[in-house]
Design a protein. Structure first.
Length: 315
């Protein structure tokens, strides 16, 4: 039977709603080629039953999975990687070189999140992070191609959102699994003009210059699709890229203008909300209030990320 949280795309790609935070917020992808499979991003520990159910629903055994590939090690992308790997005996974890140590020993990741969210939230939304044996972890280098049953997957280093971020080019579908590098696009923000996109500068490693360069690298491949973690596949890539880069500039200009403002975080958040609402109105969304509400968490995180960037830039 079809699972309500799994949607089949073309080229053997399936998008799985991990259930994190709210529906259509956080995605994992299952790529199937000649009876072999790879997961790209995993969601949190709470998503693992959904990922395994999607695999079973396609008639694939757990030992058919060759790779688990977090785009980066933030917990909404990689929090479930360790637990998932325990269920997949033949899989290798492919993670950015800067993120590998956090998959082998996730305690620093866990403690960092615990300090932000508190124990109750960690228990409810993330669970205890599970380590991955070092022998099962590999870090593709920038420009390296890994083959899934003969299907090439190209890895490139894409800092800007995080320094431990890589994106994966799937030539078969002419698409990038872009994690957070190409921003986020929720279906509440769609309009007759198509999808809308917003950058994500969540703490703690936002770097606007490298992000612009990373987006340029993605565009050099003339992609037809972007497979976003937040949320789903989007086309019309050149239009979205133009919008995305303009917003990066707007966010940086806002942050610079508020560098020394009192109650800076509140001012950053208010400024980002104004920018987003103006963009959504220009985009012609049917329900601006619902669209703006879908961005509340990301605007809070973007304000935090811009604050960290301002402090680092001043040091």
């Amino acid at each position: 039977m079809a699972l309500p949280y799994v949607h089949a795309l073309r080229h053997g790609i399936h998008v799985i709603d991990t259930g994190f935070h709210r529906p259509l917020f956080d995605a994992a992808y299952l790529v199937v080629e000649n009876g072999r499979a790879a997961f790209i991003d995993t969601g949190t520990n709470m998503a693992v039953p959904r990922l395994l159910a999607a695999l079973a629903d396609l008639g694939l055994a757990r030992d058919a999975v060759d790779f688990v590939i977090p785009t980066h090690v933030h917990l909404d992308h990689a929090g479930g990687a360790g637990l998932l790997m325990q269920a997949l005996p033949q899989a290798t974890l492919l993670v950015h070189p800067r993120g590998a140590r956090h998959m082998v020993d996730p305690q620093a990741l866990y403690q960092g999140a615990l300090a932000v969210y508190g124990q109750a939230v960690m228990d409810r939304e993330y669970g205890q992070l599970q380590p991955v044996p070092a022998a099962r972890v590999r870090s593709p280098q920038d420009g390296e191609t890994v083959h899934l049953a003969g299907r090439p997957l190209l890895f490139i280093d894409t800092p800007g959102h995080a320094r431990h971020h890589h994106c994966i080019w799937d030539a078969r579908s002419a698409g990038w699994f872009s994690g957070d590098t190409f921003g986020l696009s929720y279906r509440e923000t769609d309009s007759a003009a198509g999808p809308w996109v917003m950058p994500t500068s969540s703490p703690v490693q936002f770097e606007p210059g490298p992000l612009r360069q990373s987006i340029a690298r993605l565009l050099a491949y003339q992609p037809q699709q972007m497979y976003l973690t937040h949320f789903g596949a989007v086309g019309d890539v050149q239009r979205l890229a133009t919008l995305l880069l303009a917003q990066v500039d707007d966010m940086v200009a806002l942050a610079d203008s508020l560098r020394h403002a009192p109650q800076r975080h509140a001012a950053l958040k208010a400024g980002l909300e104004i920018q987003a609402r103006q963009q959504l109105l220009q985009h012609g969304v049917a329900d601006p209030e619902a669209a703006a509400a879908s961005l509340a968490l990301d605007i809070e995180l973007n304000a935090q990320g811009l604050g960290v960037w301002l402090d680092r830039d001043a040091s």
